[in-house]
Design a protein around this ligand. Structure first.
Ligand code: CMP
Length: 140
């Protein structure tokens, strides 16, 4: 298995409830390392650009409003098979379908306010990482 990097976002519903540390602990327990991290307030334009792949979806406007409703913590996670591993730790998008022990099962409020985002494939991971971080900010 190759060492990969993936982009993770701890979303406003989770920062609001002070769950950042508990979520990071799940990543670290699974063998993922935080190699870059910052807390930020997304602008409307940033949220629209980050989720532009979903712009035709009925939930796009609401998703963007949610993502700018409070601070997020953006991270680069590194580890063996990090993209799939992170998706396993996050659980299904819809928390009612997420497996026990996953971030979304334990913490998500709804299919929209689902506590975390993670890249879904190597190409998206590379694009999403560079959306938020320069190479100098990533220290493995
Ligand atoms: P994420 O993994 O960040 O990717 C797109 C986001 O859109 C998703 O998590 C949810 O926050 C949101 N989302 C996906 N499907 C729906 C839906 N059916 N209704 C509302 N929000 C959704």
């Amino acid at each position: 298995m190759a060492v990969e990097r993936t982009l993770s976002i701890i979303k406003p519903d989770a920062t609001r409830r002070n769950l950042t540390g508990q979520i990071i602990a799940k990543f670290e327990t699974a063998g993922l390392r935080v190699v870059a991290q910052k807390r930020m307030q997304l602008s409307q334009a940033q949220a629209e650009a980050f989720y532009s792949v979903h712009k035709a979806r009925p939930f796009f406007g609401s998703l963007v409003s949610f993502m700018v409703s409070g601070p997020v913590v953006v991270q680069v996670l590194e580890g063996e098979n990090a993209i799939a591993k992170n998706r396993e730790v996050m659980g299904a998008t819809d928390p009612s379908k997420a497996a026990p022990g996953t971030v979304r099962k334990d913490f998500a409020e709804s299919i929209e306010a689902n506590s975390v985002h993670g890249s879904d494939a190597p190409e998206t991971a590379a694009n999403e990482i560079h959306f938020f971080f320069s190479d100098l900010e990533i220290v493995g």
